[in-house]
Design a binder for this molecule. Sequence first.
Ligand SMILES: [Zn+2]
Length: 351
Amino acid sequence: MLGSHGRLIPSCTAMKIRALPELQALERIIELGGSNLESHVVGKVELPGIGTYPLLTVAMGSKSRDAPAVGYFGGVHGLERIGAEVVIAYLHNLVMRLQWDSTLHRQLDGLRLVFIPIVNPGGMILGTRANPSGVDLMRNAPIDAQDRVPFLIGGQRFSAGLPWYRGRISTPMEPENSAVCQVVEQELLARKFSLSVDCHSGFGVSDRIWFPFAHRRAPIAHLAEVHALTQLFTGSHSNHRYIFEPQSLQYLAHGDLWDYLYMRACASTSGVFLPLTLEMGSWLWVKKNPRQLFSRHGIFNPLIEHRQQRVLRQHMLFLDFLARAAYSHERWLPLGEDRAKHHSQALDQWY
Ligand SMILES: [Zn+2]
């Protein structure tokens, strides 16, 4: 189902039968961005009798390999629409600012930004966490947890009819994940410095920023860099509400795509690639509006409009921070003794 690279062609719209509002919004933004954006179809998801949906990537900014880059991903779990919406809202913000904001143009001269706002359009149309084949895309990478994972939630190979299904053993990754890997490898890994953020919702009452590992408790090689990045953010946003932590502090899982890509980066380049996951704490929305509990969609998304607007506004700041941090990485990436200090502080804080 993976299509070849190519310019966005208008015919993908004609092939759709049931419309996906987030995809329509994304297509409008791409049109609005005009020649400032590069957009590609990196795959297609076909749902017989329902429609065909493109996997769209959008990129902007410097084409130089020396430029740092940030990747923004959303909609990996079809039920967590707010993740896609946050990424789309940020892309919209950038496209509108391109019309007047010289600081943004200056920044994009030395920075590349890449987006896949809707990784799992099939799951979004069907209202499922998994993709249309019943596979949980965050349990599907070829990587096994090294310590005990929670039953089912940590990933299972019993049945696609149960949640958290990893897919069949020794089969290629799902087309949606292949598309993400292709974009990450082409756009992010071959650089001196890159960041990514994958936007999810549904875990607990607090907003969390997770970094690898998810498959083991051991610290990553770039713990000092992650620690320095979190200090930058907390130091300059004193009223922030995020909990920064390795995912392994909450639970371990098989098949985590970002662990897989992080390890590929470590094996193949000398550059720094820090993949982050934004987990928006949607139980808070349920607490404020308990009726949401009775809607499956409502557990993962703020159903009241003013709350949704606030959620979108709030996280945009973090997404923009990542662009600034990547652009400015030479000013803050720790070296030598400073790096050792960050590493040991991080060990005390998280391990
Ligand atoms: Zn998720």
